[in-house]
Design a protein around this ligand. Structure first.
Ligand code: BEZ
Length: 208
């Protein structure tokens, strides 16, 4: 069955461009992102790995370890890393798992046979410090992902993990947030001070 939100992220041990990875141990007490790529030496994937390498300081700031995966062997990954650095202006600076036997891809349901029965789709899993899956995304091979959006979701997840708030459509860091329905008006006042209610169920407070 597909991995669902709230499930424990399956642990695995695999070879990567930064040596052997024991996934849960590698994540430690922090957050994690595991994201798959259809294949080495493919154009969209090359741009994605360059984009994430450039954004690595942003993931670090949020205490998020990023791990990529592609269904090719480690020697192929090493060769491809040279092309990524040459064409994207950034060297690969996080582990890229070599999953030639598709062990991890199968564990995470990253192969969608009706799309392609040998290549992984563009899956993303965000994993919390409790090792539970907090977000899943599946993109087709032909569409490169928006990693600024991934950072935005991580900001929302980290905020809502700390405070009983949710984030509205298109929310960005620093903008007003929504008090979740489970919090009464009295509790909301105690927690956040005054709030702005557009409807009894639609209450806004400044970002805590
Ligand atoms: C790519 O990364 O460019 C790609 C991979 C598989 C199919 C289509 C595009």
């Amino acid at each position: 069955m597909a991995i669902q939100l709230g499930d424990e992220a399956p642990d695995f041990t695999a070879e990567s461009t930064e040596g052997t990875i024991r996934f849960h141990e590698y994540l430690g007490d922090g957050w994690g992102v595991l994201f798959s790529h259809p294949k080495d030496f493919t154009p969209v994937c090359t741009t994605e790995l360059g984009a994430v390498s450039k954004l690595k300081p942003e993931f670090d700031k949020r205490n998020v370890k990023v791990v990529g995966l592609s269904v090719d062997p480690i020697d192929s990954h090493r060769g491809w890393a040279g092309d990524i650095e040459e064409t994207q202006g950034a060297a690969l600076n996080f582990p890229l798992v070599a999953d030639a036997d598709r062990k991890v891809s199968d564990l995470y349901g990253m192969i969608h046979p009706n799309a392609n029965d040998t290549l992984t789709v563009r899956s993303v899993f965000v994993i919390g410090p409790d090792k539970k899956v907090k977000l899943t995304l599946t993109y087709p091979a032909s569409t490169g992902r928006n990693f600024q959006e991934l950072l935005r979701v991580i900001d929302s997840l980290q905020l809502t993990a700390k405070h009983q708030v949710a984030t509205p459509a298109d929310w960005k860091q620093g903008e007003e947030v929504i008090v979740v329905p489970a919090v009464t008006d009295d509790d909301a006042k105690e927690r956040f001070g005054d709030f702005r209610a557009e409807k009894p169920y639609l209450r806004y407070v400044p970002q805590p």
